[in-house]
Design a protein around this ligand. Structure first.
Ligand code: ATP
Length: 420
């Protein structure tokens, strides 16, 4: 394994693309993460000439999988990735693979900026480049990956250090309150593993949003994200729905069927309202969680399935266990990594951002309206028992009630429950 700085030295003493064979006697492995296949191809050629064994990845999740597989000395990341924010991604890599040399490369062959940092990078690179920096023709003609690696590395490392601790928000999870930042930090920490997660929180607070974020940040992102609401399926059918069944397993089972667990193979299964799962089925679920094997209803064979389980509940499961309605062993197995989604009334400082986000989303379907100060004040007075979902409904109703007016007034903000 390369020492920190060693890979930087090997690549950094020359320019990638010159074809110069540098110091390393034996082949080293590098993962190239970029959505740009052309860029990957060009870099691959250059690096191969420098005795690097190159593994390509079209995005962040794929790069994670490659890292696990090949254990490379270095990871070269584009300044933009289609599935993950590069700063977050760098943070994950730093945490999970501290020995891997992390480098960020610059824009594409078309010279278009890919991130706001491009100019900053170019400036730093020109500074560090020495003679080439003063030769505009050489600079312009140089291959895309001219970057001198130590400079690039330093920039990525400062991103990485900032990322997990600072609790940067996730794109679909609106909110910048301390509680939401902490939640985002926990999500980033657990996403890369296959750990079972138990999400607790009131109805409409965003438990499914959190489950999706975990899936999206994991290396399972290209595999299914399946959802099963345990409260929405009649008890008698839930077992077959989860585990599948064979033909003739019960009256009406005219053909065999794959269950939701199997259908999510390789991906994530989100079990909403897990507290509603019948006790008998809880035992079967626990067996699956412990050995990763399942038995379809009516089948004697077992099947091995690789699924990450994320469960959610709005009920305190520990209390339910004490009452005997939820198995304590299953509770402990699910709650390996518990996260709590804060209720909206506990993070009212996020209200403005959420309103903006919801109005902007609604603006994609109908003319976008704005909220008067009085309407906003009325929203602030409410206690939001239905959380973000209730806010969405209130704003949708208000938009309709406002008719042709572009501004929503306080009188259009109406609740179905009594405000506090
Ligand atoms: N932080 C958030 N940012 C943006 N949208 C959110 C956020 N939290 C929740 N929402 C939106 O609010 C709605 C309800 O969220 P979600 O379904 O995740 O809640 P839940 O806690 O799973 O609800 P339930 O307990 O009823 O299943 C969804 O439309 C979701 O997109």
């Amino acid at each position: 394994m390369a020492m920190a700085g060693e890979a930087a030295m090997v690549v950094g003493t020359g320019m990638i693309g010159t074809g110069v064979l540098l110091g390393a006697a034996s082949t080293r492995k590098v993962v190239l993460a970029s959505a740009d296949a052309g860029l990957r191809g060009r870099l691959k050629n250059s690096l191969a000439g420098m005795r690097w064994e190159v593994y390509e990845a079209a995005g962040g999740a794929e790069a994670m999988a490659r890292l696990d597989e090949v254990r490379p000395e270095a990871l070269l990341v584009d300044s933009w990735l289609p599935d993950l924010e590069v700063g977050e991604f760098a943070g994950q890599i730093r945490m999970l693979y501290p020995a891997v040399e992390l480098m960020r490369m610059d824009g594409g062959a078309d010279g278009k900026a890919r991130s706001p940092r491009r100019n900053e990078l170019l400036h730093a690179l020109r500074e560090a480049q020495g003679p080439v920096a003063n030769d505009t023709a050489a600079w312009n003609a140089a291959p895309v990956a001219v970057p001198v690696v130590p400079v690039v590395t330093r920039i990525v490392e400062s991103d990485a250090r900032r990322s997990p601790e600072a609790g940067m928000m996730l794109p679909e999870m609106i909110g910048e309150s301390a509680a939401m930042r902490e939640l985002a930090r926990l999500i980033r920490l657990v996403a890369a593993r296959s750990t079972t997660v138990l999400i607790e929180g009131e109805t409409g607070a965003g438990k499914e949003v959190v489950a999706k974020a975990i899936h999206r940040l994991s290396d399972r992102v290209s595999k299914p994200f399946a959802v099963l609401n345990c409260a929405a399926i009649p008890e008698a059918l839930l077992e077959a729905e989860l585990f599948g069944h064979t033909r003739g397993a019960f009256t009406g089972a005219v053909q065999s069927r794959t269950g939701r667990i199997e259908a999510a193979h390789g991906g994530t299964l989100f079990l909403d309202e897990i507290g509603e799962m019948p006790l008998a089925l809880q035992a079967k679920m626990l067996r699956f969680l412990e050995c990763g094997e399942l038995q379809r209803v009516g089948d004697n064979e077992t099947t091995r399935v690789d699924v990450r389980i994320i469960a959610a509940t709005h009920q305190p499961l520990e209390k339910r266990s004490a009452e005997g309605t939820f198995r304590l062993d299953l509770y402990h197995r699910l709650a390996v990594f518990p996260v709590e989604v804060p209720a909206l009334r506990e993070r009212m400082e996020d209200l403005g951002l959420l309103v903006e986000h919801i109005l902007a989303k609604m603006g994609e379907r109908m003319p976008r309206k704005r909220l008067s100060e009085a309407a906003m004040a009325r929203l602030r007075e409410h206690c939001w028992p239905g959380n973000v979902r209730e806010l969405m409904h209130v704003l949708e109703r208000a938009t309709i009630l406002a008719g042709d007016a572009m501004e929503i007034g306080a009188e259009e903000i109406r609740y179905r429950r009594t405000p506090r």
